[in-house]
Design a binder for this molecule. Sequence first.
Ligand code: GLN
Length: 491
Amino acid sequence: MMTDIKTITIAKASELLESGILTSVELCSLYLKRIEEIEEKVKAFVHIDKNKILKQAEVSDVRRKNGTTLSSFDGIPVAVKDLIAVKGEQCTCGSKILRGMTSPYDATVVSKLREKGAVLFGRNNMDEFAMGSTCENSSYYPTKNPWDLERVPGGSSGGSAAAVASSEVLASLGSDTGGSVRQPAAFCGVVGLKPTYGTVSRFGLVAYASSLDQIGPITKDVYDSALLYDLITGHDPKDSTSLSSPELSYANVVKNVSGNLKGLKVGIPKEYFGEGLSEVVRNDATEAIALLKDLGADIVDISLPYSKYAISSYYIIATAEASANLARFDGIRYGFRSSESSNLMDLYLNSRREGFGTEVKRRILLGTFVLSSGYYDAYYLKAQKIRTLIKEDFNKAFAVCDVILSPASPYPPFKVGEITDPLQMYLADIFTISINLAGICAISVPSSIISSMNVPLGVQFIGPARGEDVILKTAKVFEDHRAVKNFVPNL
Ligand code: GLN
């Protein structure tokens, strides 16, 4: 039997392994071959170790033969974004400043993947320190959108999304601080889940903005998203912001959905459909609303008035936290060290000047400024107050609806190099950022392929804190009826 890796999912691959039709070595070899064929064009990875991958796959096959298979993930290849620690491997966050640094331990999500027998399948490219929306800020090379190699794959988890979309791997773990899982998923036509803050351990995730960061799965479909979320979620004593483990299996929730959305109240925020939305995106979202109605959902008009301040407050809070988190990279203990320095202060300054890219430096400066005495109250404190108001907006909305629908991005994937103004770039996350500020959950699902451009678009379902069951269910029914799931890039 020929396995079509372009359409295969985790669930399907797991069945094939279970029934003995395929071994993990065969499965991983198919992906390695695909990488050999197209990675030169896509550039979704910064590191792949073929031997290490095949070794893990062999061990998994032995377990299966001996009847000691660890889980349905045993032998399944999963990649991770280059800011998640894997013991003994480089973890560079797409930055020059961390080149050569080897992680001394596994991130909790990586330990969980190992415990379940998954094959760790390399590291995906990203915007440096997760700051960006296109993958153009990577210090290695920009990743390309597999649907159109002249376009960006989104960011900052662009490598993860492009790798899954181009069938170089079955799934990848990204991180989402302001949209970095959902926006690239939408740009590449795959599914991206930003879980509720605290439901996935951040231990071993290099911090960008600690109060906003969350690891999330990027997968081919919604069921796979639930499977991978089940695997990575759960309480972790090593993360002080970790919540209690869920009592349900999200994969079961998704498996048992009925074919309609009868009784589901879907909120449509009027502020998300104003100016600045491209026509194709507006039409797509309008069609999505009509479909949900057809499926029996009640459409409710809601208002999220403070969302207009989301971008400004995010770029104060995120940069403030980043300026503190990135202070530890100084060229002393690990990573890049400038060879130009004659004294200690110069060594710090030169290592950071040469090691960090332009966008990262811009944000460190901005973050240091908003925290500086005299400006703290005017900027940082005010942004925190706005954050509370944004949270309250969502609380009010979820009193009258179960789930909120919005576009995932205000425009379709744009050309590499097309947006150079940082402020214009920051607008790319206009629909995703408030969700992180509120600490709630959202999923981005492919909604259509724009035929004139042959690139995908995605919609976003937003749920309350710990409302992953509602958004996953809604996304699954939507996916089943939207039928874009089997469209793959022609690459
Ligand atoms: N694009 C946003 C930023 O540049 C979000 C990034 C993210 O979620 N990591 O900060």
